[in-house]
Design a binder for this molecule. Sequence first.
Ligand code: SDX
Length: 432
Amino acid sequence: MGETAKLIIDGKSYELPIVTGSEGEKAIDITKLRQATGMVTMDPGFANTASCKSQITFVDGEKGILQYRGIQIEQLAEQSTFVETAYLLINGELPNQTELNRFSVLLNDHSLVHEDMRAFFEKFPRSAHPMGILSSMVNALRAFYPEIPERTEEEEVNITVTRLLSKVRTMAAISYKISRGHKLVYPRHDLSYPANFLNMMFDTPVRPYLIDEDLVSALNKFWIMHADHEQNCSTAALRLVGSAKANLYAAISAGICALWGPLHGGANQAVLEMLNQIYESGRGIAPFIARAKDRNDSFRLMGFGHRVYKTYDPRAKIMKEMCDRILNKMSINDPLLDIALNLEEAALKDQYFIDHNLYPNLDFYSGIFLRSLGIPTNMFTVMFAIGRLPGWISHWQESIEDPDWKIHRPRQIYNGLTKRDYIPLDKRRESN
Ligand code: SDX
């Protein structure tokens, strides 16, 4: 046995193997713990628990490092495109020209949504949240695109993956257009992935949408930065659903639902609502920083803090620069950006935030960027979901191919009432 950890329980000593990752992270393997000791471990929120081994993304929270398949996020944001990064995450390597062309053609061919799905989009209340629509309609894809028995499992997975990647942005644009009562705009074969999305969102018969390559490039970077982040809440949810052998559409729909939460992907919408609240209060940032520090107040500084990053989120740095660049280019003077910059400056000097290792995360500046593109606030998390799709897909694939695959079924420590007898109805006391 290689390196081990020693556990002593009631005077008895147990050796537990230590697993070491390719970047030097270590874990105590407790696969045989209950069998050997009769005990389980407790770890609410899984802050100390590795659920799997993975070769997709590496995050070093202390050093602020993020790598997709070994390539640092800064290089990908600077030099790659979202489609190429999606290919890298899903296939493990950057595509050559032939592979990239084939992948792009497949994404184009699958960019339309079944016309019969339109009736479902139209029946949602106009006020329906786009994340609820997206999770429902992704789940509905299985009904409109059922498995074809003649296909091999690999063919079925490949076509499902490209269908999802391509249709998700069409579906997002459909729900936006219908919510506005506007005519739908179809995907075009001559536009790139991000340009197609912007055109489907904002082109109208009376005012053609002018594709601005700087915005297309910024949206590529935005989605590259959202593409994966190891075992975050929504990816863990997707892996759990996938572990029961549910189909990919169902697993992705579960990931979308988890991402919707304001502590996770919903934070980008919550940040903008918080910045608006500060702006409209006219009382500046001090009262909000005080509330964030008050343990008796449930208010938190949205867009700050992270389970893994205990330093500046490398994505937040890139997002902040992108905000500056795009707002300057579009000559937008957004007062919420000034509030965000002041908030960051004040928090980074405040002992509470320093002691709690609270820094801006990916969501802190992303809403300001999305607003500059004209994306409505309630679609910010949909934009996160479109970006995260390649990561979710790669984790789903990795989990079903994992030789150690098991259905996810955590244990618990029961602390409820101990054994007692049933009391017939006529013997029960009425509450006074
Ligand atoms: C994303 O996991 C990922 O990788 C996620 C993500 C991805 O790419 O998938 O990076 C995307 O979800 C980013 C996070 C977006 N969420 C927010 O911005 C919401 C605000 N942040 C927090 O709610 C919080 O920081 C979390 C949820 C992000 C992390 O929570 P943890 O790790 O469970 O930390 P915790 O709640 O146990 O807090 C530890 C301490 C507490 O104080 P004490 O009780 O120990 O004194 O830090 C405090 C918390 O009160 N704290 C905050 C705070 N975040 C934590 N206090 C004020 N404001 C905050 N934002």
